[in-house]
Write a protein that binds this ligand. Structure first.
Ligand SMILES: OC[C@H]1O[C@H](O[C@H]2O[C@H](CO)[C@@H](O)[C@H](O)[C@H]2O)[C@H](O)[C@@H](O)[C@@H]1O
Length: 607
């Protein structure tokens, strides 16, 4: 399989597909992001399911791009015989999920080769395939997939092969549609009409946001589009990434399933979407949250499935080799059962931002916030697994305590600012001050002038870079300047930031990992808030250069091999890009709970 950065994303707001630069759809879960994959070649080889459509014998494309602000992908090959373009997209879902591929002859006459290998249940199940009127129908158990195309097709070794010549001006459509095998066949989709509708949808969505200008406009917009593609429209939930088990170290076992809704990742995504001008998504997510966490606040989970299901049992798919032999491939995620105290802070911070940005407070939403805060009052001083979800022993993570401070701060401020919001503000202010003192007493190493990962330990942690952004200390506080220096000195590889040193902090896992991209964006924010604007811009520009040719980032980067690592595209990396980019764009610092955008922000980055 290709490198992680070889993949582009298609999406219909309920699931996503990854298309390689060789024109192969190597990852697709149907009907939802977290359903079993019918194309799982990404995690094994083409026999685990894929759909290739490219000039016969061709390698990687000559170029590819998304059509303006959309998720419609155009991939071009210039060959000796001529030039051909494949237009790939998933129409935003109305009834059944479709992938549409239109082969367009640009010049000359090009011999095309298509190979559709469907393998349901993550590569395990071979369907029965036969012709059904004008369609090819593949059925196994609950799944049915239909392919409609005027191009010739034939069965070959459990795949459907299509060989044809495309001439300049030709447009040859392929429409692949999924439906439950026990339901009637979905109405056929007209490929050209679907293309116009899909472009219209994404352009309309892009225009709804703030009108961005300046050198970072395209990068920020692409990240916002990517974050939108990771949202699940029927419920308002947001997945952390579109994939499972892309490794944090090639050949290693740090392979996790990210196709779920983390309260942390989702609220950060929400902050980025709000900053980009998208309040509807914030509203949908708040509704999702109210349903997902309903019940006893003591039972709050740090993550749920897209519809709020709580049981996300982790298991291994032993029939898949894993990406470049990085085994195991996991589905489900045992982190769902962990205690991660930061999520209260992130959630209450995100809801405060939504409120301050104009999303009307509702009684239900405020009641939930009060219940969450009351529960946090009783547990903030416990040891936890921290935001990095360590599987080693629980600790007093400094970042978790800082985020508990955030929760108390936002709740107290809400009551003070809004007459209609009631709660024990005095008590929450007192708790806020207690936590502040606790962090400074136990989470700061005065001898080294740096905050540390957990109380009483010396290890560093990049999550502490968010301290000024959440308003715990000023950006130019000497303790923050010391932390920035310590992280730059001891926690970077090739100038990019690691989450923590595996050798110094027991995370309970074997192996190593790359640099965590969101942490480098947090360094951009910290530098900016410390007044080191030039350094912030330099690092941000460097991070932008790590995006692939279509603007996507996975979770991590391997500075030695110069390649992306981890699940892709990852919301964590993209929301961090958006907030850092907008902050630089605005040319001023802002707090996580303050709307970043308001009239009067200059349109150009001051350089
Ligand atoms: O490093 C071990 C943990 O890795 C995953 O967690 C990471 O991804 C989450 C989703 O983006 C993110 O919220 C978390 O901060 C990251 O550490 C994995 O999900 C965990 O199961 C695993 O223990």
């Amino acid at each position: 399989m290709g490198r992680i950065e070889d993949y582009a994303l298609l999406g219909d707001l309920q699931t996503a597909a990854l298309v390689s630069s060789e024109g192969s759809v190597d990852w697709l879960c149907l009907p939802r992001f977290d359903s079993p994959a019918c194309f799982a070649a990404l995690l094994d080889d083409p026999g685990a399911g894929r759909w290739k459509l490219a000039p016969g014998g061709a390698g990687p494309c000559t170029s590819r791009h998304y059509v303006e602000d959309s998720l419609v992908l155009e991939t071009e090959w210039e060959t000796d015989e001529g030039t051909v373009r494949v237009i790939d997209f998933m129409p935003p879902r109305e009834h059944a999920p479709d992938i549409v591929r239109i082969v367009e002859g640009v010049s000359g006459s090009v011999q095309m080769y298509g190979e559709l290998t469907l393998r349901f249940d993550y590569g395990k199940v071979r369907p029965w395939v036969h012709h059904d009127d004008d369609q090819i129908l593949a059925v196994a158990g609950p799944d049915a997939v239909r392919l409609r195309t005027p191009a010739p097709t034939r069965g070959h070794e459990w795949s459907t092969v299509s060989e044809f010549t495309v001439h300049a001006g030709d447009r040859v459509p392929f429409v692949l549609t999924w439906s439950p095998s026990y339901q009637r066949r979905p109405d056929p989709v007209d490929a050209e009409q679907a293309l116009q509708d899909t472009l219209g949808y994404w352009h309309g969505w892009a225009e709804r946001g703030h009108d961005l200008t300046g050198p970072y406009r395209d990068a920020i917009k692409r990240s916002l589009l990517t974050l939108k593609a990771l949202t699940y429209q029927p419920t308002g939930g947001i997945v952390a990434a579109a994939t499972t088990s892309l490794p944090e170290q090639v050949g290693g076992s740090r392979n996790w399933d990210y196709r779920y809704c983390w309260l942390r990742d989702a609220t950060y995504t929400l902050q980025a979407l709000i900053a980009g001008g998208y309040l509807d998504e914030a509203n949908a997510w708040r509704e999702w949250l109210l349903r997902a966490v309903a019940g006893d606040p003591a039972d709050l989970q740090i993550m749920y499935s897209l519809d709020g299901t709580r049981r996300l049992s982790e298991s291994e798919l032993d029939w898949l080799r894993g990406y470049e032999d990085s085994a195991p491939v996991r589905v489900g995620n045992a982190a769902a059962g962990q205690l991660q105290l930061d999520v209260w802070g992130e959630t209450l911070d995100g809801l405060a931002l939504a409120r301050e940005s104009g999303l009307a407070a509702t009684e239900d939403a405020w009641d939930l916030q009060v219940l969450l805060m009351e529960h946090l009052e009783s547990v903030w001083n416990d040891k936890d697994n921290g935001l990095w979800e360590v599987r080693g022993p629980r600790r007093h993570f400094t970042h978790s305590k800082v985020m508990a401070w955030v929760a108390a701060d936002r709740m107290a401020k809400a009551v003070r600012r809004h007459h209609s919001l009631h709660g024990p503000a005095d008590r929450w202010e007192a708790l806020r001050d207690t936590i502040h003192a606790d962090v400074l007493a136990h989470g700061f190493d005065a001898d080294r002038n740096t905050f540390v990962q957990s109380y009483g330990e010396t290890a560093l942690d990049a999550s502490l870079l968010i301290i000024p952004r959440v308003g715990f200390l000023c950006g130019d506080d000497p303790r923050m300047l010391g932390t920035i220096d310590a992280i730059n000195r001891e926690l970077t590889q090739d100038g990019l930031v690691l989450r923590y040193q595996n050798s110094a902090s027991d995370d309970g896992l074997p192996g190593d990992e790359g640099v965590f991209l969101a942490c480098s964006f947090w360094m951009v924010d910290a530098l900016h808030l410390a007044g080191r604007q030039e350094d912030a811009i330099q690092l941000f520009d460097r991070l932008l250069a790590l995006r692939n040719d279509v603007g996507l980032l996975s979770e991590e980067w391997d500075p030695t091999q110069q390649r992306q690592l981890g699940n892709t595209p990852q919301a964590f990396s993209h929301f961090a890009l958006v907030t850092s980019g907008l902050q630089l764009h605005a040319g001023r610092g802002h707090g996580s709970h303050e709307p970043i955008w308001h009239p009067g922000i200059p349109g150009e980055v001051p350089r």
